[in-house]
Design a protein around this ligand. Structure first.
Ligand SMILES: *[C@@H]1O[C@H](CO)[C@@H](O)[C@H](O)[C@H]1NC(C)=O
Ligand SMILES: *[C@@H]1O[C@H](CO)[C@@H](O)[C@H](O)[C@H]1NC(C)=O
Ligand SMILES: *[C@@H]1O[C@H](CO)[C@@H](O)[C@H](O)[C@H]1NC(C)=O
Ligand SMILES: *[C@@H]1O[C@H](CO)[C@@H](O)[C@H](O)[C@H]1NC(C)=O
Ligand SMILES: *[C@@H]1O[C@H](CO)[C@@H](O)[C@H](O)[C@H]1NC(C)=O
Length: 375
């Protein structure tokens, strides 16, 4: 059923797009590269599909059709603080996207510091925030869990995020996400999230996430982080998502003892977990690689360089020994002084090739079905 409201929406959207003066000349250099990159990968998929068709009868898991449609029908809008773009703020640009969006909208953001609380609701899928590789824009805020929100009640960790994404198919390229609230060990309510990602099938390329306590709320869904910089003091990568972190740089700023991750998998039948592949773990203080937020917390580090800040024990059950037999904390082919396995807790796992396999590729996040860049 094509409802009246639906067709009205389409008309509103078309009107909006035409009024934004979206022409090929407004494509930035980055967007053009992004375009090439998308078409190359869609083409690759088409080739793969035709090979599969001739060899096997069962339909192969192809990319999401909604995603393919969205990518083949892209729009670009620009944000420039000097007023020479379509919008001056990121929020204004996002507000221009109609709900139930079905096409990829690339929000091309000029260099600068954007003091905005950015929220992308569930109804606005397929948004890409794209910055300049040489001079990426920073989106910054300083809300904390204890800051007062509406009606004077504390915001809580969830609402402290500078950027919160509830929509699926979100992409960020060359963006710095920041929460500048400080963290003092022992003080309560200082969780300050830089980015919360709750939509599924989200990818982050060349992004940076900085904060102190609880920087990156990797809340839920399937996520890919490639070539990203993530910095914080306590539990600075946390949540229930199933995510692959590849070629990322994890920098601890704690002055005492903290944990890098707090992965929350509360049930053995849940598919969530964090996999870090070819990353670097460095910075100050002493850190656990992970502490068990959920009973079945699952984290794997592979091919990762670990500096000597990593505690010999490696992992923490957060004071609950029942979790020792339930968590899945694995390491595979890591290097550096922090990767010495001699002092590890007995329930840490040294993965075999077979055990490591499901974690060390984009298959961990079903990347074949939705990652545009599958290389
Ligand atoms: C947060 O940033 C604003 C400026 O955007 C500043 O006025 C305020 O003092 C900061 N709050 C804290 C706790 O740092
Ligand atoms: C990400 O950064 C690398 C350099 O570190 C660059 O080669 C690559 O083109 C960038 N990717 C995108 C999508 O801008
Ligand atoms: C591993 O990460 C480093 C640093 O990000 C990068 O230069 C290198 O190409 C990566 N190696 C592989 C095999 O991806
Ligand atoms: C990592 O954090 C430390 C503080 O703990 C800081 O001095 C250093 O500059 C950071 N590294 C990078 C690459 O930003
Ligand atoms: C795990 O979740 C499944 C599905 O929601 C549920 O049926 C099961 O009872 C849960 N198990 C535990 C141990 O909580």
């Amino acid at each position: 059923m094509v409802s009246k409201t639906h067709s009205q929406l389409i008309i509103v959207f078309l009107f909006l797009l035409s009024s934004l003066n979206i022409t090929s000349t407004s494509y930035t250099h980055d967007a053009v590269n992004f375009d090439k990159w998308v078409s190359r990968n869609v083409k690759k998929y088409e080739e793969r599909k035709s090979i599969l068709k001739t060899k096997v009868k069962v339909a192969a898991p192809g990319p999401d059709l909604k995603l393919r449609d969205a990518e083949s029908n892209k729009a670009i809008i620009t944000v420039r603080q000097d007023g020479s773009g379509d919008f001056k703020t990121i929020s204004e640009a996002l507000n221009s996207i109609p709900p139930r969006n079905t096409r990829r909208v690339i929000v091309s953001i000029s260099p600068g510091v954007y003091r905005e609380k950015v929220m992308i609701p569930r109804t606005k899928a397929f948004v890409t925030l794209s910055g300049n590789a040489g001079n990426p824009p920073t989106i910054t805020g300083n809300d904390t869990a204890s800051a007062s929100g509406r009606n004077g009640t504390p915001l809580g960790t969830f609402q402290s995020a500078t950027v919160a994404v509830d929509a699926s198919y979100f992409v960020a390229i060359n963006i710095k996400f920041e929460n500048s609230a400080p963290h003092e060990i022992g003080r309560r309510g200082e969780q300050g999230v830089a980015l919360r990602i709750s939509g599924t099938k989200a990818a982050f390329y060349n992004c940076s996430f900085s904060g102190a306590q609880d920087t990156l709320y990797d809340h839920k869904g399937l996520h890919f982080f490639n070539n990203c910089y993530i910095q914080g003091s306590v539990d600075f990568i946390f949540g229930s998502a199933r995510s692959l972190y590849q070629n990322c740089y994890l920098n601890s700023t704690t002055t005492k003892v903290a944990s890098i991750t707090a992965q929350k998998r509360s049930n053995s039948s849940l598919e969530s977990g964090f996999s870090f592949k070819n990353c670097t773990v460095t910075g100050s203080g002493h850190v656990y690689l992970g502490r068990a937020w959920g009973d079945y917390s699952r984290v794997v580090f592979s091919y990762t360089y670990m500096d000597n800040l990593v505690l010999p024990k490696g992992w923490s059950d957060w004071g609950d020994q029942n979790r020792d037999s339930r968590v899945y904390y694995g390491e595979y082919m890591c290097s550096g002084p922090g990767a010495n396995l001699a002092g590890r807790v007995p329930w840490a796992r040294m993965l075999t090739d077979e055990e490591a396999k499901p974690f060390i590729g984009t298959q961990f996040i079903e990347g074949d079905t939705w990652l545009i860049n599958t290389s």
